[in-house]
Ligand binder design. Structure first.
Ligand code: XMP
Length: 570
């Protein structure tokens, strides 16, 4: 998978792996000579236009080496552009569902797929003229060139995204490419990798011992268990850092999974975050404090000598999303890539046994290792913990009434195009996801829309207050989050959602200065997500339980899909 900078390249690679064929993401410019061992290449989508200065490109030699190539979206346009076709700016964009008319064809790439079908599009540029040797294989009402083929050279392109669920027959396109065009064999199964992974760990660690900082999440727990199995318990130590930014009951839960040592650093983290309101600065501080704790533990436990290696539960998307490769957009910033950790990597004192796996593959490995479903099926929880769900404000600020609703002057992150941006939040009066989508499409100043479930005060009494993270606000958030988790678990709602962040925003009255936002989302891998509705009765019960918490003025519901609103609020 040649990554042209899109947020979809991982999804595309993962879909190929789901078919039982190993796929890797590489920078789009990787020289053709380094790609020769691949049976086939896919050029991903991406946010650029082929005419933008510095836009991603590929080594054109990949088109003449006899290798099969499939271009997706931008990948199709790039292929057409480099091979002498013409790409032009579309009069209007084509975003979302569309109907593809695919010609009946005996070409292995499109065999059995002819006819009218639902696809998912996300583009403005389009191919105006195909290069010599290519034939147009399909079109939509807006896009004359939606699928192209050069059967002789085994070069193909589709303007739509076969990797997303909204493309009804998407899997069949990838299946045709991988098996019929590339001639791959189905031989990739993460569960079968366990003995190999253990051997890799033994080879990397040699006679040394491994030290883990376990977070209680799926990744670090699986990596820890795997390493323990590979090296034996007496050569692996696990420390859980209690940052004070964890949810209620978390430390006990983590202790129950494995024999861990708990390092109490609550005061250290709270102290470092006092007075800080800038979201990315909060993340940075947390990353730095983590390194400090790690360094302190390492020193105290005399782990600085060459006997020890740091183990980490880094998974494949982490290595690329955090800017590990040149083109990846900064979708999320990870704390496990800060300077201190980089030093350990540079000196080779790190082992990351899951670094080539996707999340669902990590779960399969975990199940193979006998870890309980309760752990493996856990909703994801971000490394920086409740800190990124506890919004802060540098100033007091008024809510602005507008024609569309109330603009709340907090800074919440969204992902429009491929980059993160902070913007205020719009509150509308009804739990209407359709309207929320229409508004975020129309108003470029807003990337998130919420609606009140219940407010204890009128809008004119509500305002945003200057605040940072305090023990009191964290306790408030922890209590609301615990109530939500308990009710989501008891009602079975937690199984209907992929993740359910609960966020505290500094919106309220003098007596009750904060409000709580519910953010239940459905997703496949966190890259895109949908706001999920909840039945009224459960919502009422949840709301009543949250309002028991001291200092909470209102409960809101986040109606925003991702894009444009990220799952987390910071
Ligand atoms: P966003 O907010 O970008 O989140 O839509 C996508 C997924 O990533 C998780 N997330 C993080 N996980 N460290 C983590 O370990 C982080 O800094 C971080 N930020 C977001 C988020 O919870 C969601 O599952």
């Amino acid at each position: 998978m040649l990554d042209a900078g899109g947020q979809y390249s991982h999804l595309e690679a993962r879909k190929v792996r789901d078919l039982g064929v190993y796929a890797e993401v590489r920078a789009s410019e990787t020289p053709a000579a380094e790609l020769r061992t691949a049976r086939g290449l896919i050029i991903s989508g991406g946010p650029s236009s082929v005419y933008d200065a510095g836009s991603p490109t590929v080594d054109a030699a990949i088109f003449s080496g006899g290798q099969a190539v499939l271009g997706i979206c931008y990948g199709l346009q790039l292929m057409a552009h480099l091979l002498g076709g013409e790409v032009r700016h579309g009069e209007k964009g084509e975003y979302g569902m569309a109907t593809l008319e695919l010609d009946e064809s005996s070409d292995p790439m499109f065999a059995g797929l002819g006819g009218s079908q639902q696809i998912w599009m996300s583009h403005r540029d389009l191919v105006g003229r195909v290069p010599d040797g290519f034939a147009v294989a399909g079109h939509t009402a807006t896009c004359g060139v939606a699928a192209i083929a050069d059967r002789t050279r085994r070069l193909y392109g589709v303007q739509f995204h076969p990797e997303v669920v909204h493309t009804a027959r998407g899997r069949e396109y990838l299946d045709n490419f991988v098996f019929q065009v590339c001639g791959c064999v189905k031989d990739w199964d993460p569960r079968h990798r366990v003995p190999l992974l253990e051997q890799e760990i033994r080879d990397a660690v040699g006679a040394r011992k491994v030290f883990f900082f376990v977070s209680g999440g799926v990744d670090s727990s699986v990596a820890f268990r795997l390493t323990t199995r590979a090296l034996g318990q007496d050569r692996v130590r696990g420390v859980y850092v209690d940052t004070g930014l964890m949810r209620e009951g978390e430390t006990d839960f983590v202790r129950g999974i494995a024999a861990l040592e708990v390092e109490n650093a609550q005061e250290q983290f709270l102290g470092a975050l006092a007075g800080v309101t800038e979201p990315e600065q909060k993340r940075h501080i947390i990353g730095e404090e983590f390194v400090r704790v790690q360094e302190r533990v390492i020193e105290r436990e005399r782990l600085l000598d060459e006997d020890w290696v740091l183990g980490q539960g880094t998974i494949y998307p982490d290595t690329i999303e955090s800017g590990g490769t040149a083109k990846a957009a900064l979708i999320k910033t990870h704390h496990n890539r800060v300077a201190g950790i980089q030093k350990l990597i540079a000196s080779g004192r790190i082992v990351e046994p899951l670094r080539s796996f996707y999340k669902d593959e990590v779960r399969e490995v975990g199940a193979e290792l006998g870890l309980p479903a309760e752990l493996l099926e856990r909703h994801p929880f971000p490394g920086p913990g409740l800190a990124i769900r506890c919004l802060c404000s540098p100033v007091d600020a008024d809510v602005q009434p507008t024609a569309e609703g109330y603009v709340i002057p907090v800074r919440s992150v969204g992902v429009q195009g491929d980059s993160r941006s902070y913007a205020p939040v719009l509150a509308i009066d009804a739990l209407d996801t359709g309207r929320a989508t229409e508004l975020t499409n129309r108003l470029s100043s807003v990337n998130r829309v919420i609606a009140p479930v219940e407010m204890r005060a009128a809008w004119k009494e509500m305002r945003v207050r200057a605040c940072s993270i305090t023990a009191q606000r964290l306790a408030r958030l922890r209590s609301a989050d615990a109530a939500v988790r308990r009710l989501a678990h008891e009602s079975g709602y937690e199984r209907k959602v992929w993740q359910f962040p609960v966020i505290l925003i500094p919106l309220g009255t003098a007596e009750a200065p904060d409000s709580v936002v519910l953010r239940p989302v459905d997703s496949v891998d966190g890259m895109t997500a949908q706001s999920v509705p909840m039945d009224q009765e459960l919502l009422r019960t949840m709301c009543a339980a949250i309002l028991q918490t001291e200092g909470v003025a209102g409960v809101f519901y986040d109606l925003t899909h991702k894009p444009p609103g990220t799952i987390e609020w910071e």
